[in-house]
Write a protein that binds this ligand. Sequence first.
Ligand SMILES: Nc1ncnc2c1ncn2[C@@H]1O[C@H](COP(=O)(O)OP(=O)(O)O)[C@@H](O)[C@H]1O
Ligand SMILES: [Mg+2]
Length: 305
Amino acid sequence: MQGKSIPIEVPIIVNLAGGKGGVGTSTITANIAYALGEAGSGFGTIGVIDLAYGANSTLSKLLGVPPLGTNGFWNYITARYYPYQDSSPNITPQLTQQIALITSGTIEAHRIDWALSYVLSRMSNDPDQVGWALYNDIAELIVNKLLIHKPSLVIIDVPSAIFKPLAWAVLMMSRIVNVVVKAGSTHQDEAMEVLGLVSAVINQRAQLGLAQPDVFLIVNQAFPGDNTANELKARGVPMRGTSVLPYSPAVHYITDYMKDLAVKYEVPQDKFFRQWRDTILAIARNEYEVARSARQGRGFFRLKS
Ligand SMILES: Nc1ncnc2c1ncn2[C@@H]1O[C@H](COP(=O)(O)OP(=O)(O)O)[C@@H](O)[C@H]1O
Ligand SMILES: [Mg+2]
């Protein structure tokens, strides 16, 4: 089936939640997108897709753009699989300061559930087929709606407890996987579940002869001396790198900050926030750089040699 998968000519970064939710994938997605998209960073436009389940796109709030209403990711997916959808969505990314965002869309959770059960029943409950179908849906969305903005990369925000074949599909297409876990030992078992899925996809990609993703562990909301990263490593999880983001009392200013930034390009004076944001940027900058494709003149994201 992967022989029929649609090629995506842009690197994908997936921010995946390890745990029950509220670990910080949306906050991290918004910050990486904003920081990399900032004028002068060299990364140019950043595409973002919000897979948040349900009616509200956290990312549109964090990035300060109006939500797409009924023209978001889940409207697009449900229109494909839910036979009783009343309108066909017109997906147009929201543009703000170097970011092209496809929000999750406004849709009732039960419609999403119906659509997902239709996908399953249509494909006779074969999770592999469902996974590849969703892979192609997302690939088409990226190729048709985001590439026109020439992004140097696309970041996908995956909430916790997402439909497994969907998580599988985005992991299958990712160049970089950031597994975000909340600091503290009580979150480790939940994190192991997601890391198990990541390992399974890594094996599958190897079997299919596909390139491997770089997997990073991001331990978020940590206090000094937190040991979560070491403890997870001791459990034998294969990681390219680990970053620990401190708990920051300033993170809730993020929305105002984003709005201010859009106007003034000024950095807030809160040292906790700066520390937090610098750590996120370092993840990207230390490991990756923008290269220019001579043929297309488009920036792309590659691992520093
Ligand atoms: N490092 C941090 N320090 C303090 N608060 C944080 C941090 N990261 C995230 N938060 C807060 O935690 C909450 C959940 O974050 P969010 O990004 O929405 O999580 P998720 O998308 O994984 O559900 C938000 O209120 C956010 O401001
Ligand atoms: Mg979220």
